[in-house]
Write a protein that binds this ligand. Structure first.
Ligand code: PEP
Length: 230
């Protein structure tokens, strides 16, 4: 199985997300049973998005972009894994934007992954080389079952810059991530992926799919990526 994961970041309100779905549906991208399409949305969009994908019969699975590192309780404003369990099957954790803008540490990311797994949500753990070893150690230290996670190599130099790394270099780091996680989980690449280059990553031996930020926002571009991997 190959994976395409979209990350809308802090874009699209409910209305815009539903228009996006109508537009994507009208483009009729060639979905394949061997390519799973997951879209990580703002919390506010998820419920209506789920209804609409069911109505349209689109093979898209929703995910969230964040979750609390705390259990249910007195934590005003937090969205816990228990709340998300009724809405999503996947959740991003450890995106470099959250590390840089919100000071998230590898320990916090591990706690999030643990609560997600306890609620049967697959953590999609984003990694870059400076903290790759540290993050994987924290996951093991917090008894996170890495075989139930997804991992994404997301070099910061490639995120949102239009400058992806060479597919062979990405494959090298993905192989390292696979080794550190007992070759038990999917490992993806993310960073300036487009319909022009997506297949060149997935053709490498150890890259199981792509995480797409910028080009997931535009239905035409996202449809192009779906079609290019099908
Ligand atoms: C991302 O932020 O996860 C990402 C991959 O972004 P982009 O595709 O814009 O590089």
């Amino acid at each position: 199985m190959k994976y395409i994961i979209g990350n809308w970041k802090s874009n699209q309100n409910i209305t815009e997300s539903l228009i996006w779905l109508d537009e994507l549906s009208a483009l009729r991208p060639s979905f394949s049973s061997s390519v799973s399409v997951i879209l990580c949305l703002p919390f506010t969009d998820i419920a209506s998005f789920n209804h609409k994908i069911a109505d349209l019969g689109l093979p898209i699975i929703s995910g969230s972009q964040n979750v609390s590192h705390l259990p249910p309780g007195k934590h005003t404003g937090e969205i816990t894994a228990n709340m998300l369990a009724e809405l999503v099957n996947y959740c991003l954790v450890g995106h470099s934007e959250r590390r840089h803008e919100f000071g998230e540490t590898s320990e916090i990311v591990a706690l999030k992954a643990r609560y997600l797994l306890e609620n049967s949500i697959t953590p999609i753990v984003c990694l870059d080389t400076p903290y790759l070893d540290e993050q994987v150690k924290e996951l093991f230290h917090h008894d996170v079952d890495v075989s139930r996670c997804f991992f994404v190599y997301e070099p910061i130099s490639a995120i949102g810059t239009g400058k992806p790394v060479e597919p062979t270099d990405a494959n090298h780091v993905c192989t390292q991530i696979a080794f550190l996680t007992d070759n038990s989980a999917p490992v993806l690449y993310g960073g300036s992926v487009s319909s022009d280059n997506a297949a060149s990553f997935v053709r490498q031996g150890r890259i199981d799919g792509v995480l797409v930020g910028t080009d997931s926002l535009e239905p035409t571009l996202f449809a192009g990526i779906i079609t290019s991997l099908s």
